[in-house]
Ligand binder design. Structure first.
Ligand SMILES: Cc1cc2nc3c(=O)[nH]c(=O)nc-3n(C[C@H](O)[C@H](O)[C@H](O)COP(=O)(O)OP(=O)(O)OC[C@H]3O[C@@H](n4cnc5c(N)ncnc54)[C@H](O)[C@@H]3O)c2cc1C
Length: 388
């Protein structure tokens, strides 16, 4: 049973009755439906399709979608507890955080009434699984250089290009594609197009990518060959808005990564404190060695600072005041701290820390990507440095 190893008070946005109730529902769902399947999902490289519809029935998908589109009308508090729950109880491999907190908000913020009414209820039920396809084999950090095009063709667009590293890529049937509607331009030629893969021809998935961690997540390559979508697939009704839309939404994505990092650090501490209390060397539990205590004290301090800062950023996000640089600080600093904590916790497990049957080993490999995706930490520093 997971016990929070930190002593950080819950801020008001997490203390609300509706958020508490939602958190209990999510934790119970994950304990029943995800944890027992986690190992099998890792072996098969993806979660079962049914987990999405089960989650839809349990009412935990896309919690912040407004009620008029079939949602629960929640806010970041609901999203926040979802991310920490997954990380803390060991259900981190399921790409639902992206579906809930990244894909749905794009539709909510930029979709037309018709788009919202069509897409959001199906995301909430789990009929649609969301993904966002930005990265390409030739470009990740430098998004304005994407080569995928969406060129006007009749009353619609024809999409051509290749994407890679796409989370939920093996299963998603609702993909927001970053493409150039005007390839002669840089960032102001970029648009976002919504592709329902079941409704188009020319879309193909590549292999599931063989990652070092996050094994249950179906990260994949995607191919678009003359895929035609109707004009209303354009998100935001105006071409060339994609880069601005991405920049507006990325702070929330980056904060999400930080929140997951806090959850992971807490779980690592919980596991390692328990392990070092039980494991003995030289006739005493290894927690009795001052080195063990000092290392765990350092880890606890880092996790505490990370949690306090993610609370601060969350409060700013909920007021509409979270700027790109501050969100970048959260993503960069927390993910670095997370990797340091994981590494120490593996060390304190000795040889067992390197065995995948121990949670800490998986958490260590899962954590590495936090410094890479969502914009690398170097790109985070670029964004922070612009404010100097
Ligand atoms: C598991 C996983 C899931 C992912 N999920 C998704 C997803 O769902 N959708 C999606 O679109 N993408 C996804 N990605 C891709 C991810 O966002 C990119 O890998 C990331 O943005 C980096 O891009 P890149 O791999 O092309 O690296 P590059 O851009 O080639 O960078 C290589 C190195 O150069 C550094 N660098 C680049 N530019 C600069 C600069 N100006 N100054 C200093 N250093 C620089 C980088 O920081 C990095 O260290 C995922 C990746 C992984 C591994």
């Amino acid at each position: 049973m997971f016990q929070d190893p930190l002593n950080v008070p819950r801020p008001a946005f997490l203390e609300r009755e509706d958020v508490r109730m939602f958190e209990d529902t999510v934790r119970a769902f994950m304990a029943k439906e995800c944890v027992p399947n986690a190992e099998r999902w890792e072996e098969q490289g993806m979660v079962d399709r049914e987990i999405w519809t089960k989650a839809g029935k349990a009412g935990i998908l896309c919690p912040s979608v407004p009620e008029e589109y079939g949602g629960a009308g929640g806010d970041w508090g609901h999203e926040y507890v979802f991310h920490t729950a997954g990380a803390e109880i060991g259900a981190a491999g399921w790409g639902v955080g992206l579906h809930n907190s990244i894909i749905a908000p794009y539709v909510t913020h930029y979709g037309s009434e018709d788009q919202k009414k069509s897409v959001l209820p199906r995301m909430i039920s789990g009929e649609l699984i969301g993904a966002i396809a930005m990265s390409e084999p030739g470009t990740g950090s430098d998004l304005q250089s994407v080569k995928t095009t969406a060129i006007k063709d009749g009353n619609g667009y024809r999409i051509n290009g290749q994407k890679t590293f796409i989370t939920n890529g093996g299963s998603a049937n609702f993909i927001i594609v970053v493409a150039k509607t005007d390839p002669s331009k840089g960032f102001d030629g970029v648009s976002l197009l919504m592709v329902e893969t079941d409704k188009v021809e020319g879309f193909r998935r590549g292999r599931l990518l063989d990652k070092v961690g996050m094994k249950a997540q179906d990260t994949a390559e995607l191919f678009f060959e003359d895929v035609w979508v109707p004009a209303d697939a354009l998100l935001g009704q105006e071409e060339g808005q994609g880069f601005i839309q991405l920049m507006q939404q990325l702070p929330q994505e980056r904060l999400q990564i930080a929140v997951q990092g806090v959850g992971a650090m807490k779980r690592a501490l919980h596991e390692t404190i328990n392990y070092t209390k039980e494991r003995e060397a030289f006739g005493r539990p290894i927690l009795k060695f001052q080195n063990t205590q000092f290392k765990l004290a350092e880890c606890k301090t880092k996790a505490t600072l990370a949690e306090v800062f993610t609370h601060h950023c969350s409060e700013r996000l909920m007021k509409g005041e979270l700027d790109a640089a501050t969100a970048s600080m959260a993503k960069y600093w927390v993910s670095e701290a997370q990797n340091e904590v994981m590494d120490e916790c593996v060390q304190l497990h000795g040889g067992y820390g390197y065995m995948r049957e121990y949670p800490i080993a998986k958490m260590w490999t899962d954590s590495r990507v936090q410094r890479i995706y969502g914009g690398t930490n170097e790109i985070m520093k670029l964004l922070i440095a612009r404010t100097l």
